[in-house]
Design a protein around this ligand. Structure first.
Ligand SMILES: CC(=O)SCCNC(=O)CCNC(=O)[C@H](O)C(C)(C)COP(=O)(O)OP(=O)(O)OC[C@H]1O[C@@H](n2cnc3c(N)ncnc32)[C@H](O)[C@@H]1OP(=O)(O)O
Ligand SMILES: N[C@@H](CCO)C(=O)O
Length: 342
């Protein structure tokens, strides 16, 4: 499946700036039914793209819970990403130069604004389910707060109502690594790769857990002094793997978007904002998630009217939302069951 594109001549940002010639890359699967009420809108996380069948196998796709045979599934790439939507590599129409490290701050609200304009263009007025994890969950929550009547169901996994000091600090440490790369600071095409490599290695520490590292990356127990450790190789490999497919300028832009996330801003605080949500909601937390801990999931469930709360017991840490598709399916079956009382 290849991307389709929606163009926005001028995207007004929360900061008051505008982003000219904005572009949203998106993909769809399945058919709209006669009542146009079988829409599942998936919001992706930090480094994914519009191809949800590729990055959420086991949950979305033929034979999965969200099967295109039954649902009209849509996933759109966020502004700032390097996977087709407006990115820091695009030419700024005002200067005819790429913006690179000078890409404007796009808040989670701005990412949602762009996707809501796409939704309006596609004339989707009733979304059966809005679902996302991590940064995707942040967008989903923000959208559900903005448009209380649009979504019948909301599923948010391993996310929060406002990005935490802890999460912002992780992101800042990663940005420091990228900004220290002279090719990033110089605004070179493809700049920041060395910094991005280190940033991904840092981020992995927040996506996994002590137990997961102990289980998969402990060196063999022998008497030799090792010149290199298995866990070190893993960190380097993961850094290289991201550099091969992602862009440091986009990484910085999106981590700043994540830091901006606060559903309560100018809305009387987080509890008041969450109380606006009209969708029937499932909040799923992951027991080993150190980046978006269970306390944040409980806060969501406490304030979203009638929310169902469940904990997914996983050893994968935060990335469990991408990997634990069988358990997520189990909770979705309970959530959608007619016996669930709102
Ligand atoms: C164009 C695109 O691809 S975009 C879409 C893809 N990405 C996304 O959507 C983003 C979301 N996805 C992700 O973040 C990740 O893919 C996840 C979390 C789902 C899974 O992460 P993974 O890296 O596959 O899992 P894990 O941590 O178990 O690492 C496995 C990899 O590390 C390698 N590895 C494991 N231990 C070591 C080690 N000690 N030394 C070197 N390599 C190691 C494995 O061989 C494997 O390599 P492979 O990915 O080339 O097969
Ligand atoms: N593994 C995820 C982490 C952020 O949720 C990603 O790379 O998008």
């Amino acid at each position: 499946m290849s991307d389709q594109f929606f163009h926005i001549p001028s995207l007004r940002l929360e900061s008051g700036e505008t982003l000219a010639d904005a572009r949203v890359a998106y993909q769809t699967w399945g058919q709209l039914n006669e009542d146009r009420d079988n829409v599942v809108w998936v919001c992706h996380a930090l480094t994914a793209n519009a191809d949800v069948l590729a990055w959420w196998p086991g949950l979305v796709g033929p034979g999965c819970y969200y099967d295109p045979a039954d649902w009209f599934i849509i996933c759109a790439n966020v502004q700032g990403s390097c996977y087709g939507s407006t990115s820091p590599r695009d030419l700024d129409p005002a200067t005819c130069q790429p913006r690179y490290q000078h890409f404007p701050l796009l808040t989670i609200r701005d990412l949602v604004t762009a996707h809501d304009l796409l939704r309006q263009d596609l004339e989707l007025t009733d979304i059966h389910t809005l679902i996302g994890g991590s940064l995707g969950g942040q967008q989903a929550l923000e959208w559900a707060v903005q448009r209380p009547d649009l979504f019948d169901h909301l599923v948010v996994i391993a996310t929060n109502a406002r990005h935490s000091a802890w999460g912002i600090a992780f992101n800042e440490a990663q940005r420091l690594a990228i900004e220290a790369d002279p090719t990033y600071a110089a605004g070179q095409p493809g700049g920041g790769d060395e910094g991005l490599r280190a940033a991904r290695a840092m981020a992995l520490l927040s996506y996994r857990s002590y137990a997961a590292y102990a289980e998969t990356q402990t060196d063999p127990d022998d008497d030799q002094l090792l010149p290199e450790h298995r866990a070190s190789r893993y960190q380097r490999y993961q850094g290289d793997k991201l550099v091969a497919r992602f862009d440091a300028y986009s990484y910085v832009a999106l981590s700043r978007s994540m830091d901006s996330h606060h559903v309560g801003r100018n809305r009387g605080g987080v509890p008041a904002a969450l109380r606006r949500i009209g969708a029937r909601t499932l909040v799923l937390g992951i027991t080993s998630d150190v980046l978006f801990p269970l306390s944040e999931q409980r806060e969501l469930a406490a304030h979203i009217p009638g929310a169902m709360y469940a904990e997914l017991d996983s050893r994968y840490g935060h990335d469990g939302f991408l990997l634990e598709t069988a358990a997520i399916t189990h909770f979705l079956e309970r959530f959608y069951a007619p016996t669930f009382v709102h």
